[in-house]
Design a protein around this ligand. Structure first.
Ligand code: SAH
Ligand code: SF4
Length: 378
């Protein structure tokens, strides 16, 4: 952090909250791995199986209150709840798309930050789109979250709480949560430690048991952390937000490209593929007159040819205060057709939840001052 204070004043100065990217560190249940919970429980002289029971209630039954944990004696529930409090995010508002298949939840954190999570129900899977930061420091030109700048990182527990909330929403609709995409607010590879901690908790086979192949980390291209991710024991899906095949254009759209230009990024992607043998996805938000020309499609095909990859062409979700537009359907088809003809596997994906501002790049907690009537009754 860029704050220096002299030794004599240190004790009186607390870091300014608005510039700190660090998450507060409440060590509630959702912040703990199963092993950490077990240690905490054993340290109190309680048997380890109590921790396992608690884990099952939290992540199998999705119980959010100690009073519902019926096989734990009442006399133990109080001490356990103090040992590992369930620090839920406070839901402020729930919005459902017209077809009921996309549900956006707006949450308030303990320190009053607002963030958003989206649950998407498909015939064969239920996917939650998780936020990992309040705002984002990368500042991509077309992204609503980027407009906010970074307020702070989320802690692992705050990400777990989003997933538990989505799993409960899914279950209310007779569905089980199957997939996680780190495509909400924020850049997961700029909040690496908490993101990995979160992933390990939701992956735990005795808990939510979301398989590594069902977890996707999306990045604007933080190269050293792509290498770190490749070295993790869990082999996750990697999505790289490319959006342009040439440095001049990409640096304008995705400013981190100035630090890690395309050649550097592609070398990291190649190392990721070599190490994991997993296909990498490239996200490409298609913008009219910006990155949708025939020449750009040909350049993209040249860049990606021969790589184990897939391109997701996402027609831009326009953000009201930004000047970028979505191409018309013919423009989208022309671009996709060039990639297809060049043999680059690609799919045009329309984002879910446009009618509730839940689409890619639209997640921006702008509803900070909600009238009381719009709050979810508890
Ligand atoms: N920060 C990470 C993950 C969150 S953004 C990243 O950038 O990859 C998730 C995806 O939404 C990224 O591919 C991002 O580029 C894309 N996105 C952002 N704004 C968008 C918009 N207005 N329309 C379509 N996609 C957008
Ligand atoms: Fe941040 Fe991703 Fe938005 Fe870029 S697209 S500003 S990296 S959240």
């Amino acid at each position: 952090m860029n704050v220096s204070v002299s030794a004599s004043t240190t004790a009186h100065v607390s870091p300014p909250r608005s510039v700190s990217a660090r998450a507060p560190r409440p060590r509630g249940l959702y912040d703990l791995s199963a092993a950490e919970l077990e240690t905490r429980v054993s340290d109190q002289g309680l048997p380890a199986y109590r921790a396992r029971q608690l884990w099952g209630w939290a992540y199998r039954q999705l119980v959010t209150d100690y009073s519902e944990m019926t096989n734990i004696p009442e006399s133990l529930r109080g001490p356990l709840s103090r040992l590992a409090p369930i620090s839920l995010l406070e839901p402020v508002r729930n919005l459902s798309s017209d077809d009921g298949e996309t549900i956006k939840t707006l949450y308030r954190t303990g320190d009053g930050q607002v963030l958003e999570t989206v649950l998407m129900l498909y015939p064969n899977r239920a996917t939650v789109c998780v936020s990992c930061q309040v705002g984002c420091a990368v500042g991509c030109a077309f992204c609503a979250t980027g407009l906010m700048g970074l307020t702070r990182n989320l802690g692992a527990g705050e990400m777990v709480a989003q997933v538990v909330g989505a799993a409960r929403e899914a279950r209310l609709r007779g569905r089980e949560l199957t997939n996680i995409v780190m495509m909400g607010m924020g850049e997961p590879l700029q909040n690496y430690t908490e993101t990995m901690k979160f992933i390990n908790i939701v992956h735990d086979p005795d808990g939510l048991d979301i398989g590594a192949r069902r977890i996707t980390v999306s990045t604007s291209g933080v190269v050293p952390r792509i290498d770190a991710l490749a070295a993790e024991p869990l082999q996750l899906n990697l999505a790289v937000s490319l959006h342009a095949p040439r440095d001049e254009l990409r640096s304008k759209l995705v400013p981190i490209n100035r630090r890690y230009p395309i050649a550097t990024l592609m070398a990291a992607v190649d190392r990721y593929i070599a190490k994991t043998r997993r296909r990498v996805s490239f996200e490409y938000a298609l913008m009219r007159g910006i990155n949708d020309s025939e020449q750009t499609a040909c350049d993209l095909a040249d860049l990606l040819r021969g790589r184990l990859c897939h391109v997701n062409i996402i027609p831009l979700n326009p953000v009201d205060v930004l000047p970028y537009e979505r191409p018309n359907p013919e423009g989208i088809e022309r671009f996709a057709g060039i990639l297809r003809a060049a043999g680059i596997p690609s799919t045009v994906r329309y984002s879910r939840g446009l009618d509730i501002d839940a689409a890619c790049g639209q997640l921006r907690a702008k509803e900070l001052e909600l009238p009381a009537a719009s709050r979810i009754p508890s």
